[in-house]
Write a protein that binds this ligand. Sequence first.
Ligand SMILES: Nc1ncnc2c1ncn2[C@@H]1O[C@H](COP(=O)(O)OP(=O)(O)OP(=O)(O)O)[C@@H](O)[C@H]1O
Length: 247
Amino acid sequence: MAMQAMQATEVQQADAAPLMALDGIRFAWRRGATPVLALDRFHIDAGERIFVSGASGSGKSTLLALLAGIHQPQAGTVRWRGASLAGYSGARRDRFRADHIGIVFQQLNLVPYLNVLDNVLLACTFSAARTRRAREQGASVAEAAGMLLGRLDLPAPLWKQPAGRLSIGQQQRVAAARALLGRPELVLADEPTSALDAARQAGFMDLLQRECHAAGASLVFVSHDARLAEGFDRRVSIDSPTAEATP
Ligand SMILES: Nc1ncnc2c1ncn2[C@@H]1O[C@H](COP(=O)(O)OP(=O)(O)OP(=O)(O)O)[C@@H](O)[C@H]1O
């Protein structure tokens, strides 16, 4: 009975915890060097859309790498639904990322010689959980990918084209579809609009926010361009040395 009560309490705590919580974070590239990122508190609630601004070199990409479990801080805690990632091996962090996080990189990171559809399907290659959730979105993973591509204004005639032959704007939408396939709980975007003109930037921001909302995903979008912050639930600046990123 006592055990059942304890398990119930743990479940309640996990439910109450933010989706992701960074506390007391200090990250330096070399041991003993001055931290390039110092964040006292950065919490992400489920479904929340956060815009992170900061000057070039302020640590925005570093923050995303910590959220994605690519790097680990020298001090502080990174928790996912209340559970610390600190004891995870590299392989377990890779699996955690594949299962729960969609990433749109600054350089997009598409495989140029693979076709559009295969680039999107890569999201599920390393994750049974993403594959299962994608199948719930469509009759098959490929159908779910096609539905997403369609909603992102990439019609079927483009799907068999090598990704490297698409325009930058089209490639950005392919990268967004890959990040969203299989409904990850968290989407991270690292200045993916920097190569677009203002009108296309606005269009892409609308699409990304709309699709994250439809999937129930939280979104952390980093950019030095504060004009893109419209429509987000919260804005956070990481320019100050120990940014306090509370609502
Ligand atoms: N692999 C690395 N090794 C050593 N230092 C690095 C490495 N990557 C980034 N840095 C340094 O860490 C600091 C933060 O870099 P980061 O890329 O996180 O900043 P950013 O805010 O994303 O910049 P930008 O807006 O220009 O992309 C910078 O001083 C940068 O030079």
